[in-house]
Design a protein around this ligand. Structure first.
Ligand SMILES: [Zn+2]
Length: 244
């Protein structure tokens, strides 16, 4: 079993449903500009919440091809469950994992739904006892020049898997950015790592920067999301078959 976790998703904030990550659009000077979400499901906005389910969907399709069983913390677009309307009034694939997986007893209630969503994911993943649990994100930075993909691993024993996945992704020149250290350990306070059972191999992948103009164009192209998703799955397959 492999658990996929498409990052973020709509959550309840002071009575309204909003993405967890700020929307960006192509602005002046070939730069990305932060904007307010107007509530439309489909637009030219680059919103991390709505990109990660596509990457995970194609990753899962590839895992099916390898006959590797998987689960996901969020449903995918283009599926019966994912496209059905959730309690937000939007398709369920756009919502955070909390509303798909059910209530979470833990977490800081002062943080509201967003924190409960972040904590619910690793708790559920741990309960499935997966071989690998992988959270899929896109990156952001104040510096619009920051670009490319990074793979974070929890412990040294996961480094070979992280290198395998990064190696597959970096075969495409456009996915390589200017990160000095694209394969590295994460901050230990990340919920995905902090609340994961210690024995579970745990990765977090930041697929390109939605704050970078060049990367954002790729993130708005479903063919790139499909390609990245497949490359992530290939890395897991190669690692499991190779005994890494
Ligand atoms: Zn993220």
């Amino acid at each position: 079993m492999i658990i996929l976790d498409p990052g973020h998703g709509l959550y309840r904030s002071r009575g309204s449903w909003v993405p967890q990550r700020n929307p960006f659009v192509h602005g002046r000077d070939s730069r990305m500009e932060q904007v307010q979400w107007d509530g439309t499901p489909h637009s030219s906005y680059v919103i991390e919440d709505f990109i990660t389910p596509y990457i995970a969907k194609y990753c899962a399709q590839r895992l099916d091809y390898y006959s590797l069983p998987w689960g996901s913390t969020r449903p995918f677009p283009g599926t019966d469950v994912g496209d059905s309307i959730g309690e937000s009034g939007h398709p369920r694939w756009m919502e955070g994992a909390l509303y798909f997986l059910g209530e979470c007893a833990e977490g800081n209630p002062r943080g509201g739904d967003r924190v409960r969503d972040l904590v619910r994911r690793p708790l559920w993943a741990s309960s499935r006892r997966p071989m690998i649990a992988i959270s899929i994100h896109c990156d952001a930075a104040d510096n619009p020049e920051a670009s490319g993909t990074s793979v974070f691993y929890k412990s040294g024993s996961d480094k070979a898997l992280a290198n395998q996945i990064y190696g597959n992704i970096s075969e495409v020149r456009e996915y390589i950015g200017n990160r000095a250290n694209p394969v590295r350990t994460p901050l230990s306070n990340w919920a995905w790592v902090l609340h994961m059972d210690p024995g579970i191999r745990c990765l977090l992948i930041e697929c390109l920067f939605f704050t970078n103009y060049r990367d954002a164009k790729l993130l708005l192209d479903e063919r790139s999301l499909e390609d990245i998703g497949k490359r992530i799955a290939d890395g897991m397959y190669q690692s499991l078959v190779g005994g890494m």
